[in-house]
Design a protein around this ligand. Structure first.
Ligand code: ADP
Ligand code: MG
Ligand code: ZN
Length: 486
């Protein structure tokens, strides 16, 4: 197959985390709500009603724009985009066209260690449409003679982020969406969940002509997971190459990704911008975001994910994988830093979170925000290991008690009834006893026959059993060696 350069540009819709809709006071909480209960004359487009812009939605859009290094427009306004469809009661969508709230900007991504800057065209605000519900007899789209419409989602605030066609592989597209999602979550702007639809992605892809000019662009819709982005693009790139290889031509169209079948299917020829008959939304005055308002928002921005990654790598010296894991979620990163500070050992804190905390969260199907052990408590527990007051094994027992029985650190320590950490003379006595009782093994080792160290391990194991795990394995080995004169 010929190698034509791949060109990809993405349009991402993020549902903004406001309590109420973009132009009215209806709740945005539509998941699971009774159909058509979160509606009012404004979001149902009853003639004569007037929209009022939701300040919080504007603030969140600016937040996201700042995170994406955009220029915030000081003269932003809304337009009507006309199309006739049952999920849109007014037959036009209130959106932004020529004066988007945030313009330009970029996002840096990394694929296989290769950094790349994806430039953005703009970020704009718009209202969501309602949802068509197709009656089904067998759980699939059965092609019934009618459809139902639920307007609860209609009028919810979205920010649409339009990238430049800067990406050149499916992997880059996935990295871009992943980074946008993480940023949106860090900034508290959106849940960014593809499965539930708070992050939706339209993927545009074309293959360049031999002279380097852009080829015909295909838009892919109905992509509901990161995995599907990659699969849909791989499929579509191969399909377009095949059409061109066999002397065919591509038409500019919208295709729908069928996840089950693993193919894209033609949906409709793409409408040109003129078909939407954009014109100014005269019910809403232009808005100017004053510089001090923008500065005020800027001051509330948290540390950005990429800055946090860089800081974690240099401050703690962790591997790239560990850094990515700890900074994936802002709350998890905060949790880690408290544990690290409280325990005095960032390395131990990292290992505990990786092996214990994340395992339990997975078992309990929870996020760190709902985790029952507070970071200060875990930090104090790890500090006890660090100070050798508890062995690692004991600490894990204590931790399990804290979780299973919902005990405080002190209660859990009492519960496991530790015999106290054994070290120095006490440990020496136990080890001497073990060696005395196992003269055969001692002889075997001394005569140099224990080439693989199996007998030595056996003796160490006996000591650990005697101490019920209340000793430091390194100290045990050292003492055994010393006593054997090795
Ligand atoms: P529309 O409004 O019709 O969807 P836009 O000009 O707003 O068109 O572009 C939408 C998206 O398509 C942008 O993200 C852009 O980067 C992308 N795009 C534009 N041209 C191409 C191309 N030749 N190949 C792939 N993506 C493209
Ligand atoms: Mg578009
Ligand atoms: Zn309403």
């Amino acid at each position: 197959m010929s190698k034509r350069p791949v060109v990809i540009g993405l349009e991402i819709h993020l549902q903004l985390k406001t309590k109420t809709k973009l132009f009215c006071n209806c709740s945005t909480d539509y998941i699971g709500a009774t159909p058509n209960t979160n509606v009012c004359p404004i979001c149902l487009a009853v003639p004569g009603t007037l929209p009022v812009v939701n300040d919080h939605a504007v603030e969140l859009a600016i937040r996201m724009g700042l995170g994406l290094h955009c220029k915030i427009c000081d003269n932003t306004r809304f337009h009507r985009k006309h199309y006739f469809y049952a999920d849109l009661p007014s037959a036009y969508q209130v959106t932004q066209y020529t004066h988007a709230i945030a313009q330009g900007g970029y996002l840096d991504i990394e694929v296989d260690g290769q950094k790349k800057r994806v430039h953005l065209d703009h970020l704009h605000l718009e209202e969501d449409a309602g949802k068509l519900v197709h009656p089904t007899s067998d759980g699939r789209l059965a092609g019934a003679a009618y459809s139902l419409v639920d307007y609860n989602r209609g009028g919810c605030p979205l920010s649409e982020i339009v990238s430049m066609p800067d990406m050149s592989s499916a992997k880059e597209a996935v990295a871009y969406v992943t980074q946008i999602r993480q940023l949106a979550r860090y900034l508290g702007v959106s849940d960014g969940e593809m499965e539930s639809g708070s992050l939706r992605c339209d993927v545009n892809v074309s293959l360049s002509n031999p002279d380097g000019s852009f080829g015909t662009r295909i838009e892919l819709k109905n992509i509901n997971s990161l995995r599907s982005i990659e699969r849909a693009l791989d499929y579509e790139i191969a399909r377009q190459n095949k059409v061109l290889d066999t002397g065919g031509t591509l038409v500019q169209e919208t295709r729908m990704w069928d996840d089950a079948a693993g193919v894209t299917r033609s949906m409709r020829n793409k409408e040109g911008a003129k078909d939407y008959r954009y014109y100014a939304e005269m019910n809403l005055a232009p808005m100017s975001a004053k510089p001090d308002y923008v500065t005020k928002i800027e001051k509330t921005l948290p540390e950005m994910p990429w800055d946090k990654r860089e800081r974690f790598a240099s401050q703690y010296g962790f591997s790239k994988d560990d850094v990515a894991l700890l900074t994936e979620d802002r709350q998890l990163a905060d949790y880690f830093e408290t544990v690290a500070r409280e325990s005095g050992s960032p390395l131990r804190a990292c290992n505990w979170i990786k092996t214990e905390v994340l395992r339990i969260l997975k078992e309990q199907d929870k996020t760190i925000a709902d985790f029952s052990v507070c970071p200060v408590c875990l930090g104090k527990l790890i500090a006890k290991v660090e100070k050798k007051d508890l062995s690692n094994t004991q600490a894990k027992d204590v931790f399990a008690k804290m979780i299973d029985k919902n005990l405080s650190l002190d209660e859990a320590i009492k519960k496991i009834g530790t015999i106290g950490h054994l070290t120095g003379e006490k440990l020496f006595d136990i080890i001497s006893g073990v060696l005395r009782d196992n003269a055969d093994a001692v002889e075997f080792i001394k005569s140099g026959k224990d080439k693989k160290g199996a007998k030595l391990k056996f003796l160490q194991g006996l000591v650990m059993r005697e101490t019920r795990g209340n000793a430091d394995i390194a100290e045990v080995s050292q003492t055994v060696y010393k006593l054997l004169g090795l």
